[in-house]
Design a protein around this ligand. Structure first.
Ligand code: FMN
Length: 213
């Protein structure tokens, strides 16, 4: 089983709650299934560029015009996208680790999504709709936020966006371990909330460890 882990927290693990969820998840997963292959993409070590005009054309022009020959400049501009699309296509499970920033995903995660949700690579589409071109079975969100959120809260644009994007390419098995209420000024129970989210991350790891592909 191939697991692609994309992390969008700039803080070191001892400070980052979302990264601590990832440690709990991957430690449990390795303990239960040592054969799992994990590929780590730390977006702060390997930052995605914003989608440029050349990269945009490399991605979309062959879709609207199948005879279009991608230029060398366009190929160069789409190198990050091509590499990440390959990792995405090789993955059975995708883990996205991130804080909530301004009610949504950190910009660096959105930039990665814009590079990877590439037509002709990850999906094709036509009048009949979208056809997935990947083998991804499950998406796991490991999230931390300062505020407390109820399920389907209208000010949670983070899970809504990721779920919509993944469902668009045919992935409906999306689970979340969410350490909310991590602002210690507002929430005196932040440590308890973190422990509960760590347990939730470990439970998701148990699900993944026994997944049959
Ligand atoms: C730029 C920025 C924006 C934030 N926006 C929100 C927000 O909209 N909602 C919220 O609940 N917490 C927000 N927070 C708090 C973080 O989500 C919280 O501190 C979280 O634990 C950070 O994750 P980390 O520990 O993995 O870095 C924000 C923090 C920063 C730095």
């Amino acid at each position: 089983m191939n697991v692609l882990h994309v992390c969008a927290s700039p803080r070191p693990t001892e400070e980052s709650v979302s990264k601590q969820l990832a440690i709990a998840f991957f430690t449990k997963l390795a303990e239960l299934n040592p054969d799992v292959d994990v590929t780590n993409v730390d977006l702060y070590h390997n930052p995605p560029p914003f989608l440029s005009y050349d990269a945009y054309r490399a991605m979309w022009q062959p879709v609207v015009d199948p005879t279009y020959k991608v230029t060398d400049a366009e190929k160069k501009a789409s190198a990050y996208s091509a590499a990440q699309c390959q990792l995405f296509k090789d993955a059975d499970v995708l883990v996205l680790t991130m804080p909530m920033w301004n009610c949504g995903v950190p910009a660096i995660m959105k930039a990665w999504l814009d590079q990877v949700m590439a037509p002709g690579q990850i999906f094709t589409y036509g009048p009949e709709g979208v056809k997935p071109e990947h083998a991804l079975r499950k998406v796991i969100l490991l999230i931390s936020s300062g505020a407390v959120f109820k399920e389907n809260a209208p000010d949670d644009a983070l899970t809504i966006q990721i779920k919509a994007a993944m469902e668009y390419i045919g992935v409906t098995d999306i689970v979340t371990a969410w350490a909310d209420g991590q602002d210690p000024v507002m929430h005196s129970d932040c440590t308890l909330r973190k422990s509960m989210a760590i347990e939730a991350a470990q439970e998701v790891a148990e699900e993944v460890a026994t997944m049959t592909l």
